[in-house]
Design a protein. Structure first.
Ligand SMILES: *[C@@H]1O[C@H](CO)[C@@H](O)[C@H](O)[C@H]1NC(C)=O
Length: 203
């Protein structure tokens, strides 16, 4: 058996190396660590503004997004807003497929009812200057389950657009989410990144 201090040291090193690997992002802010996370990054051969516009065009998500099949901007009473303008402190009603549908999808691709989930989120950041956006789930007390999803764009050295996404789950109930959905969620992030690339490079 290891002496206690050695065990603690190994544990600390484990945390440090974990935070190093997960912190290697270009344009995402530093986020408080959680129990688990899903993330994606992909390089896109299209102008940053085109990708930004596709990301913010929620009504068109059903035409290309195999993971987020519907994302509706709503007011504080969960009533969809007629303008669908994406603003901080508005709500989002998000319908996802976990695991995602098979790429490619279009507006008529049927959802799998067994894989459908709906969540209510708060738009916490629309940072046009830094090309970042984020939302946070509001379904349970934050102490039990807190999930925060960030997406960001930047221009790479080769002049391509880098898309980065990361969602962190915190709180004791995240262990349950982790056990049930971590793999499907990660597949969803990957599938959305690939579909975003295809959509923006071909438009
Ligand atoms: C939603 O996000 C906005 C902007 O960050 C914040 O001011 C507001 O307090 C949040 N509302 C809720 C219910 O979390």
């Amino acid at each position: 058996m290891l002496p206690k201090s050695a065990a603690v040291l190994i544990w600390v090193l484990g945390i440090v190396s974990f935070s190093f690997t997960s912190a290697q992002t270009i344009n995402l802010p530093t986020l408080k660590p959680g129990i688990f996370e899903a993330s994606a990054r992909i390089e896109i051969d299209a102008p940053l503004l085109d990708v930004w516009n596709v990301l913010l065009d929620f009504p068109a998500y059903s035409e290309w997004n195999p993971f987020v099949r519907s994302q509706v901007v709503a007011d504080h009473f969960r009533v969809p807003t007629p303008d669908q303008v994406v603003e901080e402190d508005r709500r989002l009603i998000i319908k996802v497929q976990i695991p995602p549908l098979q790429n490619p999808v279009d507006a008529n691709s049927p959802s799998n009812p067994f894989h459908s989930q709906v969540s209510l989120e708060n738009i916490t950041h629309i940072d046009v200057g830094n090309r970042r956006m984020a939302w946070r789930a509001i379904f349970l007390p934050e102490q039990l389950l807190d999930s925060e999803r960030w997406q960001a764009l930047s221009t790479s050295e080769e002049g391509k657009t880098l898309y980065e996404a990361r969602e962190i789950f915190r709180g004791p109930l995240s262990h349950v989410v982790d056990a049930l959905f971590a793999k499907g969620l990660q597949d969803g992030f990957d599938a959305q990144a690939v579909a975003l690339k295809t959509r923006t490079e071909n438009q």
